[in-house]
Design a protein around this ligand. Sequence first.
Ligand SMILES: Nc1ncnc2c1ncn2[C@@H]1O[C@H](COP(=O)(O)OP(=O)(O)O)[C@@H](O)[C@H]1O
Ligand SMILES: [Mg+2]
Length: 142
Amino acid sequence: MGKVAIKANALVKWFGEGETKTTAVKSASFEANFGELLYIVGPSGSGKTTLLSMISGILKPNEGSVLVEGKDIWQMKSDDIADLRLHKIGFVFQDYHLFPRLTTVENVAIPLILKKMDWNEALKVGLSNFKVAIMRQSYTGV
Ligand SMILES: Nc1ncnc2c1ncn2[C@@H]1O[C@H](COP(=O)(O)OP(=O)(O)O)[C@@H](O)[C@H]1O
Ligand SMILES: [Mg+2]
C-alpha cells in the first residue's frame, strides 16, 4: 500500500439554518494514497464540490478532519492553509474563477508569481502553457 496523501475523517458540512438548513456532506471518509487516481462521482447537488473544497483548504467543515500528509489542515493557521493551497493542491474550478482585469496569460501565470517567480519568467511559462492548451483544443476540441 502507498503512502497516504489525504485522509478525510467523517466530514460534515451544512449550509443555512433552521428550515433552510441543507446538509451537503454527511459524514464522508476516505483515504487517498500518493500515485492513486480517485474519482468522486455523483449526481448534481450530491456534495462533490463541497467535499473537494473541504479537503483542499477552501471550505471549513462543520465536523470531521482532513489530514494532508498527516497534518490536520483545519487546525493550521490561515496563512499556512493558503501556502498549502499554493504548493500542494491544484484545483480546476467548474466556473473558472479567473481575474477579469488580467489577461489570459497573466491568469495562467498567477500561481507562479505567488510562488515568487520573476514576473517576465512567469508570463513566459504562462504563455507556453496557454499555447499547449490552444493547440490541444484545436486538435481535440476539448
Ligand atoms: N454556498 C452554499 N450555500 C448554500 N447551499 C449550498 C452551497 N454550496 C452548496 N450548497 C448545497 O449543497 C448541496 C451540495 O452541493 P454541491 O457540493 O455543489 O454538489 P455537487 O458539486 O455534487 O453538484 C446542494 O444541495 C447545494 O445546493
Ligand atoms: Mg459541483
